[in-house]
Write a protein that binds this ligand. Structure first.
Ligand code: FMN
Ligand code: EPS
Length: 389
């Protein structure tokens, strides 16, 4: 079973993760992995931290000469900022506990409840781990998963469809998104709307406020039958939602037309089925986003995620001191004003992990050769039943 754990603090020495269950003989493109990390760091609205960090993957185990060995892969991403934080973060030595203290809980962040739950008088101990710095690890893991799935033509893309009230309402083809998204400062496909989104972020930032938005993730060339209707925890939509909702600041996940299913009649929601000798079994539409009964249908997967605005405001909200309980303005930490573009990269890679997990569960095999054999045999059987690539 494909699984991972992440460890590390935002201003600690490095982020460490272990990805277990990767088959052997997968060739890794390190440049491509680093490119994915770089994409997560960009996007208009990010704060000063992204000027300090230049995330690079350092694989410590499980890979030899860029080829996976079938054992757990250990990954390190260094925090350059640690150089400035050693005296406050060093795990092995006495540290200065007074200078970087956070006492006035930021509403919307984990500060207050984390301090109560873990019995801390300093929310620094909470925010170091609750910080979305951790998403760099998740991107590295998802990027490896993408490279596994590339062997089977499965491809991923994501883009920003809304920032605040500015929306990109067009429905684009997968390839069109792919061609245009990386040229945009906010990962928006439409250049006109991109300008409006940047303007929106600027205005909000100038007021000391923050803003959220919606991102869309698409997966192309997925085979039918990943996931299962037979048990609640085998349903791929459930697992996707769980992984996506666990990303810092994600407050909603939709598959296909999502919440709109509630407003339409059945005939306007279900995707009718057709069969022709040339195209095989196909859906005439794809409103349900490529998932039925907890299984992939073979149509493109379409998911949207809503990100709330960044909780740290330069014009702080009312709060309390976690120790004295007196009324205070929330602490102000160096912060992003909008991280929706970065979040689209995170969501895309988190989806890649889940798809890869279910793909390996379905197809099986410890090494690329066996997986290829099993894959081809499944595709052949589906072909005999009328499904075509
Ligand atoms: C890519 C990314 C960057 C983020 N940057 C910040 C930030 O600079 N400041 C901040 O307060 N929150 C930031 N957040 C959001 C917080 O980490 C998040 O709101 C917090 O951990 C509380 O979790 P919750 O919103 O899921 O409840 C960011 C989230 C993501 C995904
Ligand atoms: C470090 C990252 O994001 C951080 C996420 C984050 C938060 O509270 O979630 C707060 C900020 O941390 P800092 O105070 O060090 O600037 C962001 O920069 C990153 O995405 O790599």
């Amino acid at each position: 079973m494909l699984r991972y754990l992440t460890s590390g603090e935002s201003h600690g020495k490095s982020l460490i993760s272990i990805l277990d269950g990767v088959p052997s003989n997968i060739e890794l493109n390190i440049e491509e992995l680093n490119n994915e990390l770089k994409k997560r760091q960009s996007g208009y609205g990010r704060g000063q931290r992204m000027k300090i960090e230049q995330d690079k993957i350092n694989i410590l185990g499980g890979v030899r000469g860029r080829i996976t060995l079938g054992g757990p892969i250990s990954i390190e991403i260094g925090n350059k900022d640690y150089e400035n934080w050693t005296e406050f973060m060093n795990p092995m030595k006495e540290i200065d506990r007074d200078t970087k203290r956070v006492s006035n809980a930021r509403p919307g962040h984990a500060d207050l409840v984390g301090s109560l739950k873990y019995d801390f008088d300093d929310a620094r101990n909470v925010l170091e781990r609750s910080s979305a710095r951790e998403t760099a690890s998740r991107v590295a893991i998802g990027a490896i998963c993408k490279q596994i799935l590339k062997n089977f033509n499965i491809d991923f893309v994501s883009h920003v469809v809304q920032i605040g009230s500015v929306k990109d309402e067009d429905l684009y083809e997968f390839d069109y998104i792919k061609e245009n998204v990386d040229n945009s400062d906010v990962r928006c496909v439409n250049k006109e709307i991109e300008k409006q989104m940047i303007e929106q972020i600027k205005i909000v930032k100038s007021k000391g406020d923050t803003i959220g938005g919606i991102v869309e993730i698409r997966v192309k060339n997925v085979i039918p039958g990943l996931g299962s209707y037979t048990q609640f925890d085998k349903k791929i939509d459930g697992e996707l939602a769980m992984h996506l909702m666990s990303i810092q600041a994600i407050k909603g996940v939709e598959v296909g037309i999502g919440f709109d299913v509630a407003s339409y009649m059945g005939s306007q929601v279900m995707d009718e089925i057709s069969y022709t000798k040339e195209k095989g079994i196909k859906r005439i539409t794809n409103r349900l986003g490529g998932i039925e009964g907890g299984m992939t249908t073979g149509e493109e997967i379409i998911i949207r995620c809503a990100m709330k605005p960044i909780p740290t405001l330069y014009k702080p909200l009312q709060s309390i001191n976690i120790n004295s309980l007196e009324k205070y303005e929330a602490s102000v930490e160096r912060s992003d004003s909008c991280a929706v573009p970065a979040c689209s990269v995170v969501c895309e890679n988190v989806v890649a992990f889940v798809i890869c997990k279910f793909f390996l569960d379905k197809i099986g095999g410890d090494n690329l050769y066996d997986i290829n054999k099993n894959y081809n045999s499944y595709i052949k059987r589906l072909g005999d039943r009328g499904w075509k690539r």
